[in-house]
Design a protein around this ligand. Structure first.
Ligand SMILES: Nc1ncnc2c1ncn2[C@@H]1O[C@H](COP(=O)(O)OP(=O)(O)OP(=O)(O)O)[C@@H](O)[C@H]1O
Ligand SMILES: [Mg+2]
Length: 256
């Protein structure tokens, strides 16, 4: 579904991302972890077609984002880091507007919008202007907007960063539902517990590079090769992450 070859983006002197290659099949998940400034948002923006990479290629469903940008964009739902919404529209009308842009028929639009407003506890607030919404409410609307057309590739940049624990749980369950229906998901997060719960691959970024990618056991091996002095029997994702990004935190051996 998604193939990325040696993607790089430079801002002036800074390489926000460099030499990022990965592939992701339909119905699978990649969780991107990495320090502030590691390049996660830049990577997602390049994948979404919102940002033109300095070099490298992105193929979505076999289509090259440089050669067929519209065909690629149609297949993607992006949940941005900062949701930019039309503040002067009520949530329902706003979502209906996007549903129309996506080409959904009125019945499907209404059904999906009501179900998702209900799911995210926004049904009552749905006729209020988006400008009056709280940060978390805005993030929920951005998630609904990005996925209303059930795109085959969902890119979500810290989609639960502003959500309360209950709502975050609902959001992860919803993303998991999209994956189970066949979507490929790329999700950035700083939440290790959530990252570990999502089945799939984990990519660890640092200073613009994708240092390691794989399921937890592969990451454990990658971490072991690089940093571990002692054998850690069952390291948590957080321990593996810290070992790979190499911030100097030492690991204690734990009982198996
Ligand atoms: N528009 C821009 N202009 C100049 N530099 C930028 C721009 N956007 C990002 N950068 C730089 O690119 C690097 C990667 O930033 P990015 O936002 O992708 O990081 P991130 O991994 O998403 O971080 P965070 O966890 O804080 O969201 C940083 O050094 C950042 O300063
Ligand atoms: Mg970011």
């Amino acid at each position: 579904m998604l193939q990325v070859y040696r993607l790089a983006k430079r801002y002036g002197e800074v390489w926000a991302i460099r030499d990022v290659s990965l592939r992701l099949e339909a119905g699978s998940t990649l969780v991107l972890l990495g320090q502030n400034g590691a390049g996660k948002t830049t990577a997602l923006r390049c994948l979404s077609g919102l940002l033109l990479p300095t070099s490298g290629r992105v193929l979505v469903g076999g289509k090259d984002s440089r050669l067929e940008p519209d065909a690629v964009r149609e297949q993607i739902g992006l949940v941005p880091e900062v949701p930019g919404l039309y503040d002067r529209m009520p949530a329902r009308s706003y979502l209906d507007f996007f549903g129309r842009v996506y080409g959904l028929d009125p019945g499907t639009r209404a059904r999906r919008i009501e179900r998702l407003l209900e799911l995210f506890d926004l049904a009552e607030a749905g006729d209020r202007w988006l400008g009056s919404f709280s940060k978390g409410m805005r993030q929920k609307v951005a998630l609904i907007r990005a996925t209303l057309h059930r795109p085959p590739l969902v890119l979500a940049d810290e989609p639960t960063s502003a959500l309360d624990p209950d709502s975050a749980h609902v959001a992860w369950r919803y993303l998991e539902e999209l994956r189970a229906e066949g979507a490929a998901l790329v999700v950035c997060t700083h939440n290790m517990a959530e990252a570990q719960q999502l089945a799939g691959e984990i990519g660890i970024m640092s200073a613009g590079r994708l240092l390691a990618v794989g399921e937890l056991p592969e990451l454990v091996r990658a971490a072991g090769l690089k940093k571990h002095r002692e054998v850690v029997e069952r390291p948590t994702l957080e321990e593996v992450y810290l070992a790979i990004v190499g911030n100097g935190v030492e690991h204690e051996a734990r009982p198996a």
